[in-house]
Design a protein around this ligand. Sequence first.
Ligand code: ADP
Length: 444
Amino acid sequence: KSVKQVDYGTFMNMTEDEKIADVQIEENQILFKDKDGNEYRTGVVNDPQLTERLHKANVSFNEVIKEKDSPFTDFLIAWILPILIFFGVGYYFNRKLMNHGGGNSLMFGAKNQVKVYVPSANGIHFDDVAGEDEAKENLSEIVDFLHHPDKYAKIGAKMPKGVLLVGPPGTGKTMLAKAVAGEAGVPFFPIAGSEFVEMFVGMGASKVRDLFQQAKQKAPCIIFIDEIDAIGQKRTGNAMGNSEREQTLNQLLTEMDGFNADDNVVILAATNRPESLDPALLRPGRFDRQVVVPTPDLRGRRRILEVHTKRTPLDPDVDLEVLARGTPGFSGADLENLVNEAALQAAKLNQDKLDMRDFEFAKDKVLMGRERRSLILSDEEKRITAYHEGGHALAARLLPGSDPVHKVTIIPRGRALGVTMQLPEEDRHGYSRSYLKNNLVVLL
Ligand code: ADP
């Protein structure tokens, strides 16, 4: 029997029309059968709502798990794992005992295993990060240092060992760190702060030690610690505190003090809450430099939209300037998501280009949540919602200085029965008392 190749839009339409009986999602293709037993194949698209839609359409589906197991891994699982668990549990209680009463190890003399950190070679450059010009300018100094360390050494200038990237999620901090490594052409060691927080006391600290050891061997290089607040929070100094986290933090401080500028290792870390970090982390010689990575302004949003629409065909009616103007507060990741939602919508409607309506649809979905057309409301409930939203909208319209009303709807979205959305005309950086008071009036 032949398998017919179709595009993803067809697949989505067939799902919607409940023509599909069975779906099998594989790593790089989706195989499905219609109710007459014909078989089809389509590509895999990043589509987080897919499973939800399949479920709604009563399709039976499963994801094929690649068999990687061999008799040897069976053997490992059956025999070695229980032994490891046995020792692990022993080790845990052992450490607990040591922590509470001091004394010698009961079961282990030596240290635990070493994890190998794989530096990732990536091709990201500053040009790939749209906007964020000040952050880039700040970081290019580090790139220059990694290129010409002697220039700095000659006049006795010391490079910062650690740079803290501060900004809300999705603004491109990880991208910037990768770009520093990419521009300098050096290995990049990424790790998330939460990966250091282990079940067993002392493991996090030894991970930090391993990481720095391996980084030094690969120097010059960049270490990037994402979400450093996971380990870098203020220490409490209280015996009931999280001693695992504090040991890890202490180890990080020790390691940072232990290498110097000629080791050519630069540590970048990202956080959204610099104020929650332990002050010891921010002292000179550690993360003594902060680079702010804010949500993009109008120009930045426009550039980011340009970057992310490069590979999507756009209808001539799409005006990125208007979109950028209508998305204040969106981060780079939000904008990327917006473009993707618009593309999904266009594919669903079998369009071959994205038009402004797709973007409007995507924006509403991102800002206000998905429409819940399935929710049945009585006319009376709709009337009440209409009065309610009308109240918000009128108040917003009539109070001087309020942000203009962008959209009012009584189609339920997310958890709301209706939404009145206001959008500022331009990026706001400060709020006046009367603006905030008017906002309260609108909300109430
Ligand atoms: P953070 O580390 O600040 O949470 P990331 O660097 O992981 O954010 O960004 C997430 C995604 O958002 C990136 O993979 C990228 O596609 C997109 N993005 C964020 N900021 C930008 C930007 N300034 N230019 C282009 N794309 C961006």
